[in-house]
Design a protein. Structure first.
Length: 258
């Protein structure tokens, strides 16, 4: 679905150049749920913006659904983005003056969907995220978890090929975070390709693959099961070594006392 070949992106501020993405090679297959981890400033947000065609690249080749994005004009990228990508943001980005159903319906206007079909699609997605009972409410009348479910509904109402989620649980408590992650996991299991930036390592278990970034480069790329197995082996090893140390200390104490 997506292929990066030596993609680079830099920013210049106060006469200092910052390399956000450094000759990155990356392939994302259809149906994956990819989590992106890394410290602040490592390039996670820039990577997501490039994937969403919201930011240009400096060098390299970028292919999306067999389209040479790096050769496209801004208008061509906008058309591709509108047709194939849904966005979920940490701060929800709902329009305060619009009701829940109006916020969700908005992308369908840009797709020139007929009124009756818009209503059918909005009704279906409201049920999908379990927020139908709040359809006439304004965002300010919703909890954070409810607002994020509305944002997810808006992102998926056009049935996009790719969902980009930028810290989707960043402003939520643990209960609502779990609900949102379970919903994203369900969407992925139903066929959606998801790329998620997160600061919460515990959330990678909901996906299928995790990459770690550092200084604009991919420094680790693993399947989630492989990563969990490696971590489990490490934890067992740590416990074993700690046990050995305790035994050694106890034996040394016994020798000393004797």
């Amino acid at each position: 679905m997506i292929k990066f070949n030596k993609i680079s992106r830099s920013f210049i501020g106060d006469e200092v150049e910052t390399v956000a993405i450094d000759e990155m090679n990356l392939t994302i297959s259809k149906g994956e749920f990819l989590s992106i981890l890394g410290p602040s400033g490592c390039g996670k947000s820039t990577l997501l913006n490039v994937l969403g065609m919201l930011d240009n690249i400096d060098t390299g080749e970028f292919s999306f659904l067999d389209n040479p994005v790096d050769k496209f004009s801004e208008q061509q990228r906008a058309r591709l983005r509108k047709q194939h990508i849904g966005f979920i943001f940490q701060n929800f980005n709902l329009i305060d003056e619009l009701t829940v159903e109006q916020n969700i319906e908005l992308p369908l206007y840009y797709h020139n969907v007929a009124k009756a079909e818009r209503k059918r699609l909005v009704d279906a997605v409201l049920k999908r995220v379990d927020i139908s009972h709040r359809r006439k409410h304004l965002p300010a009348k919703l909890s954070g978890g409810q607002q994020q479910r509305v944002a997810i509904a808006r992102a998926i109402v056009t049935n996009p090929d790719l969902i980009l989620a930028d810290e989707p649980t960043g402003n939520l408590d643990s209960k609502n975070s779990t609900q949102v992650m379970e919903l994203l996991q369900q969407l992925n299991q139903e066929g959606a390709t998801i790329v998620m930036v997160t600061h919460a390592p515990e959330h990678v278990i909901y996906g299928t693959r995790v990459i770690e970034l550092l200084d604009g480069k991919v420094v680790n790329d693993q399947r989630v099961k492989e990563k969990l197995n490696n971590q489990m082996n490490k934890d067992v090893s740590d416990v074993y070594l700690k046990g050995k140390d305790s035994i050694a200390e106890q034996a040394a104490g016994e020798v000393t006392c004797g």
